[in-house]
Design a protein around this ligand. Structure first.
Ligand SMILES: Nc1ncnc2c1ncn2[C@@H]1O[C@H](COP(=O)(O)OP(=O)(O)OP(=O)(O)O)[C@@H](O)[C@H]1O
Ligand SMILES: [Mg+2]
Length: 1078
């Protein structure tokens, strides 16, 4: 929630003097003091701000404070200069009213500071942007420049403004600053050449000498030592708290920001240096033949340097300091100057040079800060003029300054006191007049066109004849003697004749702020403000751009014999214009009060404050405010502003505005004593009533804003809602479709599941029923079968029992056989005839069958095996079979022959050419051809012979030659004898009496004995015409050698010559063959 504050919150003393109780001068000052002691330096009288100079820096000008006061109601927060600035700025921006801020108070009361705070506040709260910021910066930075050239230390104020300044800041319709115009009022130029004790010349001189670089000073031909310059007073050359060197840098920087070109700055500094140099020019008298003294320059060095700086011909200036040319009626008269006149001329030149430079600076700044656009502007003027001052020695300048303050007081009275009271009368409001001092009479004393002091002075200045300050005083004494605010010793008013506080060469004016004694000396001169033409012409001739501009009257082509307007006249005119200008604007007052004369913090001198309160008319101000009404406004704008507070007046009131306001106030139940109806305005007595109205309005505006917002938001939301709704319908349609689809699919799949379950259940039920039915049927069949069985068995039991044994036996046997054969089928051995395996017999009673089956299977297997044989192979096996029949288990050699194939021809008789002849001898096919050993009958040794067997004969031939040794027809062969041993000996026995038998039997030895014998035997078996050859197998047989029969005996033993068979002739009758034992 917003925190509401008010002027009335946490008040120290009373924030607004209107609220003080009881009202008296004492309570007024007491209140100021109390607040001052608590650093509350600002107090209101209605909308007027009283500002006490704290003489110390307070933390109340921060950016946070600016924010705090920004856009707040004037009486909402504790009194502050920012509240006034904010009020002025806002009414300028929002109500289009030009404003002026009038800052008054005596010297050192804080006017210049106040004006800076106002400016900086406005700069902080107004618009922002690159252009705007530049304008702001230029406006703010014009201050240091003008202060350096126009301010000086006085006994009252270390930074006293020695010129009047009025600055118009221009704004556009948005309240953004566009630019500004500065008007300056009468610089106190006498200060350039002479300063009262304890005071200084203008700051710039000290700043230049302290802050400029050595190089710059050298260029300007200056020395850093202040004491070298006559125009610089030494007693307070340095001021506590003022850093001249730093200020110089600030000024240079500010000049740059404002837009001074580098050469312009240089020119300005050259002029400042020239003024200092000018002060050092001194004169000495030189007697002339006519008896008069003529001035001569003592030391020309400074003059030379000054002329170099300004580009002036030295002789021209030198002459101007010695002669004066007066032109009258086309005649030129040249008179010499005495020393005093020369000094006068020098100082006049210095003052003119400086004051014109100052005016040029103001114009130059104006050029920079002037608004660039020609659009209509709103203006806020800030007036910071030199304050009312009373010195020990007051001269023409003080007179002018105080006149100006008098005028400002006048305008204050005009607007706050008289105007206010007159307004009540005009408006027909009941009103008891408040007494107040109107200083119009004093203003009249000074500025009256006929007999005002300024008019008198002008008159005196223009009068032909000898004119002196004394003649001027005389004139005043005669003309103003009767005036109640004028006092002079010489006047006809006898009451001052004995007033010793009033010297003869002075006059005294009772200003609104006190009596001031003016010394007339210099009034005429200063008013004339004359510069000898020779000097202005010398300046014009200078080869220096700025000097030339400053002295246009020195142009010989434009010689103007008319006297220039006097200083007093000019000032009166410019003050007149200023006043008119101020009257067109809405005034805002800041009344500065000085708490003490010592420039010290924490000191509150009651008498001093009381004096200021009196002459500033603050008490009257409070009284008028209290007696009258704090606020007034014409009915129309008032109704316009507050019409929203009442239903009848909002939004339009049809009747007259006044009635509208009446209805409004009635409706708001504002107490009757709080307001009064004027002819054209409503008057509100108490600020609080105004706050109440403002607060109500603010709340109402908030409500209205809320209403507008509400309607707008409603409209926006509605549009948005409609759009959403439209979209929602589309989305919903799609969604519903989708959802329905989904739902449908869900239902469908659920239905299917349910259906399938039901169908399944039904099917299972049906299946169960059918199964049940079937089982029932089956059961019936079974039962009936059993039943029938039982019946049959019961009927046929007697028969059944007699055959049962055999039947069971048959059945069992049948089953066993069946099982046996099935098992046998699965475990049959392989088809190899040599495979000896045969499944084991399962039952003992099947033993014979089992063996029989084994035999049958073997035969069958052999048959199958045989059926695969070729004829050739069959013959071979038949031969092998015959050999087996002959020798198996009869001769030990037999087993080794089983594995050998019976090849027949081992010597390849047909192919070997050696045996070609032998082959051709054989008539038949050679059944066997091999190399055999023919055993010698005599010694039993073997000789190799080819053994050839055909179907009809056998032939023995020489192995080497193939020559036939013996050929025996098989018919001659009676038997063959072999041993039982593993030897290869065999004896071919011939038939006795045959042709072949002559040579006796053959005893041969061959490894292939079995094949040879078998083949021999088979030939005999195959031929029908011969008997089969007998084969004797024994270890002793007889062999017929020619005549002798020799017994061949086979013994087992180990022969001496290795493991072969040894044959030895033992004797005539015995041939022993030893065969290695197996
Ligand atoms: N609000 C303030 N806070 C702190 N110091 C202040 C304030 N106002 C004034 N002063 C001090 O008082 C001095 C004098 O103030 P300022 O120059 O504004 O007086 P002035 O009224 O302009 O006098 P003059 O008429 O001589 O120009 C300032 O230099 C400053 O030191
Ligand atoms: Mg000032």
């Amino acid at each position: 929630m917003e925190v509401k504050t008010s002027l009335l919150d946490n008040m120290i003393g009373v924030g607004d003097m209107v609220l003080i109780e009881p009202l008296s001068e004492d309570t007024f000052i007491e209140n100021l003091k109390k607040r001052f002691d608590h650093n509350e330096i600002y107090t209101y009288i209605g909308s007027v701000v009283i500002s006490m100079n704290p003489y110390k820096s307070l933390p109340i000008y921060t950016a946070e404070k600016v924010e705090e006061y920004r856009n707040r109601n004037f009486y909402e927060l504790s009194p502050h200069i920012y509240a006034l600035a904010d009020e002025a700025y806002r009414s300028l921006r929002d109500q289009d009213k030009d404003q002026c801020i009038l800052i008054t108070g005596e010297s050192g009361a804080g006017k210049t500071e106040a004006s800076k705070f106002v400016m900086s506040y406005v700069a902080a709260v107004c618009g922002k942007g690159q252009e705007v910021n530049k304008v702001k910066e230029q406006l703010l930075q014009s201050n240091p420049v003008l202060e350096a050239f126009g301010n000086a230390k006085t006994v009252r104020n270390d930074n006293s403004s020695r010129f009047g300044k009025y600055m118009d800041v221009e704004f556009d319709f948005k309240g953004d600053p566009l630019g500004g115009v500065i008007s300056n009022y009468l610089l106190e130029k006498s200060r350039v050449v002479k300063q009262p004790r304890g005071e200084r010349n203008f700051h710039i001189f000290y700043q230049l000498l302290s802050g400029a670089s050595d190089d710059t000073l050298k260029k300007l031909k200056l020395d850093r030592d202040f004491s070298k310059y006559n125009y610089l007073s030494l007693d307070s050359a340095t001021v506590n708290g003022l850093d001249d060197a730093a200020s110089f840098r600030t000024v240079r920087n500010a000049m740059q920001i404002v837009g001074f070109m580098e050469d312009e700055v240089q020119s300005v500094l050259e002029l400042v240096a020239a003024v200092l140099k000018l002060g050092n020019i001194e004169f000495k008298p030189e007697s002339r033949c006519n008896g008069f003294d003529e001035s001569r320059i003592k030391d020309k060095n400074d003059l030379k340097e000054m002329c170099e700086l300004l580009g002036i011909e030295q002789s021209v200036l030198e002459r101007a300091f010695s002669f004066r040319t007066v032109e009258a009626k086309m005649e030129k008269v040249s008179t010499t100057l005495n020393v005093a006149q020369a000094y006068y001329a020098r100082d006049a030149l210095a003052k003119n040079l400086y004051s014109r430079l100052f005016s040029w600076l103001v114009n130059r700044i104006n050029e920079s800060i002037k608004a660039q656009t020609k659009t209509s502007k709103k203006v806020m003027g800030v007036l910071d003029i030199y304050g009312f001052e009373i010195f020990e020695d007051n001269s023409f300048e003080q007179f002018i300054i105080n006149y100006c303050n008098e005028k400002l007081q006048q305008i204050f009275i005009e607007l706050t006191l008289r105007e206010e009271q007159e307004e009540y009368v005009r408006e027909g409001i009941e009103w008891t007049n408040i007494e107040y001092f109107n200083n119009a009479i004093i203003c009249d004393l000074i500025e009256n066109n006929k007999n005002g002091i300024l008019a008198m002075l002008d008159e005196e200045c223009l009068r032909p004849g000898t004119v002196t300050d004394e003649t001027f005083l005389d004139k005043l004494n005669t003309v103003c003697a009767e005036h109640q605010h004028f006092e002079s010793r010489q006047s006809k008013n006898s009451k001052f004749l004995t007033d010793h506080s009033l010297p003869h060469n002075c006059f005294r004016i009772q200003h609104y702020a006190g009596k001031v004694l003016y010394r007339v000396e210099g009034f005429v001169d200063k008013n004339n403000d004359l510069l000898y033409r020779d000097l202005s012409q010398a300046m014009y001739k200078a080869n220096h751009s700025l000097i030339k501009i400053l002295f246009p009257e020195g142009n010989p082509a434009k010689v103007n014999l008319k006297r220039p307007p006097t200083a007093g006249f000019q000032f009166r005119a410019s003050v007149g214009t200023l006043m008119k200008n101020l009257l067109t604007k809405n005034p805002n007052y800041i009344r500065c009060v000085k708490p003490n004369d010592k420039k010290a913090a924490h000191i509150f001198t009651d008498s001093l404050v009381c004096h200021q309160v009196r002459y500033l008319g603050l008490m009257e101000n409070v009284r008028v405010r209290r007696a009258g009404y704090a606020f007034r406004q014409a009915y129309e704008p008032c109704l316009e502003r507050y019409k929203m507070l009442c239903k009848q007046t909002w939004p339009h009131w049809k009747g007259p505005a006044r009635e509208g306001v009446e209805v409004l106030l009635k409706n708001l139940q504002v107490p009757a004593e709080e307001f009064a109806y004027g002819r054209s305005k409503i008057f509100i007595r108490n600020p609080r009533t105004l706050f109440f109205l403002e607060e109500k309005r603010r709340q109402c505006l908030e409500d209205l804003a809320t209403l507008i917002q509400k309607i707008y938001r409603g409209w926006k939301c509605r549009i948005h809602f409609l759009l959403l709704k439209k979209s929602q319908v589309v989305v919903a349609a799609w969604y519903r479709r989708f959802a329905q689809q989904k739902k449908y699919q869900n239902i469908r799949s659920s239905a299917l599941v349910v259906q399938s379950f039901i169908r399944g259940w039904k099917a299972r039920k049906l299946l169960r029923e059918l199964k049940h039915k079937k089982r029932c049927e089956e059961a019936v069949t079974t039962i009936s079968a059993y039943w029938h069985g039982t019946q049959v068995r019961r009927e046929y039991r007697k028969f059944f029992r007699a055959n049962a044994g055999k039947k069971i036996y048959d059945f069992t046997i049948q089953r066993i056989m069946q099982k046996y054969f099935m098992g046998l089928k699965k475990t049959m051995p392989s088809m190899s005839p040599v495979d000896k395996s045969w499944p084991a017999r399962p039952y003992g009673f099947l033993d014979r069958t089992h063996q029989e089956l084994r035999r049958i299977f073997h035969l069958w297997r052999c048959k199958k095996y045989r059926s695969q044989f070729t004829e050739e192979k069959k013959a071979t096996y038949e031969e092998k079979l015959a050999a087996s029949e002959l020798f198996k288990d009869k001769k030990a050699l037999y087993p080794s022959s089983v594995g050998q194939p019976f090849k027949g021809d081992y010597v390849e008789i047909t192919k070997n050419p050696k045996y070609q002849k032998l082959n051709s001898l054989a008539e038949d096919k050679v059944l066997l051809a091999d190399v055999v050993s023919k055993i010698n009958r005599a010694n039993g040794k073997g000789a190799p012979r080819i053994f050839l067997l055909t179907k009809k004969s056998l032939v023995l031939a020489d192995q080497k030659t193939g020559q036939v040794k013996a050929s025996v027809p098989l018919l001659d062969l009676s038997s063959v004898s072999v041993s039982t041993q593993s030897d290869g000996f065999f004896a071919l026995k011939l038939k006795e009496g045959s042709t072949s038998a002559a040579k006796g039997d053959f005893l041969l030895s061959s490894d292939r004995l079995i094949e040879i014998i078998t083949k021999l035997h088979r030939i005999g078996a195959a031929s029908a015409d011969r008997n089969q050859i007998n084969i004797d197998i024994s270890d002793e047989f007889l062999v017929q050698f020619k005549q002798d029969k020799v017994c061949v005996k086979f013994i087992q033993g180990t022969p001496k010559n290795g493991n072969g068979v040894a044959c030895k002739r033992k004797n005539n009758r015995l041939l022993e063959v030893s065969v290695p034992s197996p």
